[in-house]
Design a protein around this ligand. Structure first.
Ligand code: MN
Ligand code: MN
Length: 288
């Protein structure tokens, strides 16, 4: 039938255009599909749980789940920054790709929302502080470039970003590189108001972006292996820090050790929610 032939032709065209869109373009990351939270697999960025039950729906603007494959995050459109970013790190993520440095707005965010661009923090006295670090994603240009999406950034006091924060990131990668370990990492922030190069500020980018008061990171280390969720026990090492977003911080991350329980109390999040509660109770109370 003629009608069927036209349908087939239209369908082929649609398939053709859909396949064109898959070509890599650093200014246009693919829009991410909804995440099915029941199918997490070993080494998935969110294997240990969705800390705020973030959802990939427009109604969830202050807790919007975005899966960027190399990391996954909860975005807060009212703050213009992520609530938290979560990723898995192993030696297979560490290569030799140079920093792509292609900071850019995240066009996977719904078009009606304000999207901070590469220059959103310019002149503010704050760095564009990565959540998932560039140096944690260095096996391909695509992987590294994805970390430069502005949805992965917070306005971070330069001494914090380049001092204590860089040192803690290095410590984590050293364990991955030398101790035969893999890690599940979550970084987030809370509160309003930091102190950067130009003094105190609550907002930047014309009020569109909130400057967080505190920045935290939680890292769960495992020896390399499979079935990660089932290998977590009360002896599993968790290292957590909570650092003020100011220029006057120490460069030593050990100064800012805290427990997951303290971060949960400060943020209202439930970290490691897929770990059995009796194990959570033990590993979240420790400050290693
Ligand atoms: Mn694993
Ligand atoms: Mn928890």
């Amino acid at each position: 039938m003629k009608k069927n032939k036209i349908l087939v032709a239209l369908l082929s065209l649609a398939v053709f255009f859909a396949s064109c869109d898959k070509e890599y373009n650093p200014t246009k990351p693919p829009v991410t599909p909804p995440v099915d939270t029941t199918t997490y697999k070993d080494n998935d960025n969110l294997l240990l749980g969705n800390p705020s039950n973030a959802a990939h729906i427009l109604d969830s603007g202050d807790n919007y789940l975005l899966d960027h494959q190399y990391f996954i995050l909860s975005y807060n459109k009212d703050k213009g920054i992520p609530n938290w970013v979560s990723w898995h790190l192993s030696q297979s993520d560490l290569g030799s790709t140079d920093r792509t440095d292609d900071f850019r707005y995240d066009n996977a965010l719904p078009p009606g929302w304000y999207r901070p661009d590469y220059d959103a923090f310019f002149g503010s006295g704050f760095d564009r502080g990565h959540n998932c670090p560039s140096a944690d994603r260095t096996t391909t240009v695509t992987a590294n470039s994805t970390t430069f999406l502005m949805s992965n950034m917070i306005p971070q006091a330069p001494n914090n970003n380049q001092g204590v924060w860089a040192n803690f990131e290095d410590y984590i990668r050293t364990r991955i590189n030398t101790a035969g370990q893999e890690a599940y990492i979550i970084m987030g922030n809370y509160g309003i108001g930091g102190v950067g190069d130009n003094g105190p500020a609550n907002y930047v980018d014309g009020g569109h972006v909130t400057v967080p008061a505190h920045i935290w990171k939680v890292v769960l280390f495992l020896q390399n292996g499979n079935d990660d969720l089932s290998r977590i026990n009360t002896s599993t090492t968790v290292v957590s820090i909570d650092v003020p977003n100011t220029n006057s911080v120490s460069s030593s991350w050990q100064t800012y050790r805290t427990s997951v329980d303290a971060i949960e109390a400060a943020t209202g999040l439930d970290l490691f929610s897929r770990v059995p509660v009796d194990i959570q109770a033990v590993i979240e109370a420790k400050s290693n």
